[in-house]
Design a binder for this molecule. Structure first.
Ligand code: W6P
Length: 415
C-alpha cells in the first residue's frame, strides 16, 4: 500500500529519453565523477520508468493473469530496491564543485533537460544535485562515499537486469493464460498490441541504460571503438556474416540438414557506423531464421541442393543503412502481414524458449510467427530505424531493415 503510493507518485513524472549520441558523449573516458553523476541520473530515472510499467500492467485488460501479476511484482520490487538505496551524503562544497565542473567542461551538453520534469509535488524526493547537466567531468574528485554509492548502484541495477531476464517469456505465458480464459478470437486487439509494443520498447530502453552503465563501470572489456556496449565503428558486414553462420547452423540442427540454404551477401564495402552490435546481430539473425524456415518448409528437408539461396543486400547512403533479406520461401498473403507483428496471435516463443512444451500442440501457423519479428522491429525503432516486410505470395518475402546512420534520433518513450 505504502509502496503503491510511491509508485503512483513516480508514475506521474515523465520519462526522460537518452539518445545514442548522448550515451556516447557521456561515456567517453568515464571518470569516477562521471559514473557518480550517471548513477544519480539512474537513481531517479529508473524508478520513474519502472513505475510507469507497473501502472500500465495494472490497467491492461489481462492484468489479473497470474503471470502478468508475477511480472508486475518484479517491476515493483525493482522499484523498491532503487528508492530504498540511500542517497549519497555530499557536502555543500562538493555540490559547488560539481556545479562548477559542469559549467567549465568543454564538451558540455544536456543529457537530461531539466524542463522535462514537472514541478516537484513534494520535497521528500528532491532532485539529485547536478541534475541539469550530465557531462563527462574529469577534474572533480569523488569522496569515498560517492564511490561507494556508485558501486552499490551498479550492483543494484545489475541485479534488477537479471531479475527481469524472464520477463518476455513470462509475459508470453500471461498472454496464453488470457487466451485460454477468454477464448480470445481477436488476435489483432490493437490495445493489447500497443501495450505490448510500448512495454517491450520500454524494456529495451531500461536494459540499454543498465547495460551501458554497468559496461562503463566494469569496462573496458573491449577495444577503443567501444563506449560501453555501443561500438562506434560497428562493422555491419562482419556482424551479418556471423549471423548468417549462426542462423544456418541452428537451422541445420533443427531440421537435421546436412546443408542449410545458402545466404549470398552483397555488401559494397566495409561499412562502419555507430550501433549496439548485439542489437544488430539479434535482428539479422531473427530475419534469417525466418527466411531459412520459409525456404525449407517450401521445398522440404529432403532436397537440400535445390534450395534457392537467400539474398542479403547491404546498402548505405548519407542517412540510412538498409539491409534487405530476400527469400524465395513462397511468401505470405498480404492479409497475413499484420499477423507477423502481433503478440496475441502466436505461442511460438513459449514453444521456442520452453522445450518441455508439447511441440505439436504449439505449432506456429506460418513460418516466422514468433516474438522474434515484433521485438526485432522494436530494436530497429529504438535507435530511429524500422523493419518492413514486403511479400509476394507464391514466390517469396523481402525484409527491409532500415537503420539510422546519423544516430541522432531521440529515444522513443511513447509510441
Ligand atoms: C517468410 C515469412 C517471413 C517473415 C520475416 C522474414 C522473412 C520471411 N519469409 O516467408
Amino acid at each position: 500500500p505504502r509502496l503503491h503510493d510511491k509508485i503512483q507518485h513516480f508514475a506521474r513524472f515523465p520519462q526522460t529519453g537518452v539518445s545514442l549520441k548522448q550515451m556516447v558523449l557521456f561515456g567517453q573516458k568515464p571518470s569516477a565523477a562521471t559514473m557518480f553523476k550517471a548513477s544519480q541520473f539512474l537513481h531517479e530515472e529508473l524508478p520513474i520508468r519502472l513505475a510507469h510499467r507497473v501502472k500500465e500492467l495494472e490497467e491492461v485488460s489481462f492484468a489479473d493473469m497470474p503471470s502478468i501479476i508475477k511480472v508486475k511484482n518484479w517491476y515493483a520490487q525493482s522499484f523498491q530496491e532503487l528508492i530504498e538505496l540511500p542517497p549519497p551524503t555530499i557536502s555543500r562544497k562538493m555540490k559547488e564543485d560539481f556545479k562548477r565542473g559542469a559549467r567549465k567542461s568543454k564538451d558540455y551538453f544536456d543529457c537530461v533537460p531539466n524542463h522535462a520534469f514537472p514541478p516537484r509535488q513534494s520535497t521528500s524526493q528532491p532532485y539529485p544535485i547536478g541534475h541539469r547537466y550530465y557531462n563527462n567531468i574529469q577534474h572533480v574528485q569523488c569522496t569515498p562515499e560517492m564511490t561507494m554509492y556508485t558501486e552499490e548502484m551498479v550492483r543494484t541495477i545489475e541485479g534488477i537486469k537479471q531479475r527481469h531476464d524472464p520477463v518476455v517469456t513470462t509475459m508470453a505465458q500471461g498472454i496464453l493464460e488470457y487466451k485460454e480464459k477468454t477464448h480470445a478470437t481477436s488476435f489483432l486487439d490493437t490495445q493489447v498490441q500497443q501495450f505490448l509494443d510500448r512495454f517491450y520498447m520500454s524494456r529495451i530502453g531500461i536494459r540499454m541504460l543498465i547495460g551501458q552503465h554497468s559496461a562503463l563501470y566494469r569496462g573496458p572489456f573491449y577495444h577503443n571503438d567501444y563506449v560501453g556496449v555501443i561500438c562506434t565503428k560497428t562493422n555491419i558486414k562482419e556482424i551479418a556474416l556471423d549471423a548468417i553462420a549462426n542462423a544456418r547452423f541452428i537451422c541445420e540442427d533443427h531440421y537435421g540438414l546436412f546443408k542449410a540454404p545458402e545466404v549470398h551477401m552483397f555488401c559494397p564495402a566495409d561499412i562502419e557506423f555507430m550501433y549496439v552490435p548485439s542489437h544488430l546481430n539479434h535482428m539479422i539473425f531473427e530475419l534469417l531464421k525466418n527466411s531459412l524456415r520459409a525456404v525449407i518448409e517450401r521445398y522440404g528437408s529432403d532436397y537440400e541442393d535445390i534450395y534457392p539461396p537467400i539474398k542479403l543486400v547491404i546498402a548505405h547512403g548519407k542517412e540510412d543503412i538498409t539491409i534487405k533479406i530476400s527469400d524465395e520461401g513462397g511468401g505470405i498473403p498480404r492479409s497475413a502481414i499484420p499477423m507477423v507483428w502481433t503478440y496475441l496471435y502466436t505461442t511460438a516463443q513459449v514453444q521456442e524458449l520452453e522445450p518441455e512444451f508439447n511441440k505439436t500442440e504449439f505449432k506456429a501457423p506460418l513460418a516466422g510467427f514468433g516474438y522474434g519479428l515484433p521485438t526485432s522491429r522494436l530494436y530497429a525503432r529504438y535507435f530511429g530505424g524500422d523493419l518492413k516486410l514486403i511479400s509476394m505470395e507464391g514466390y517469396g518475402t523481402d525484409a527491409y531493415l532500415h537503420l539510422n546512420r546519423l544516430s541522432n534520433s531521440d529515444e522513443p518513450l511513447i509510441m
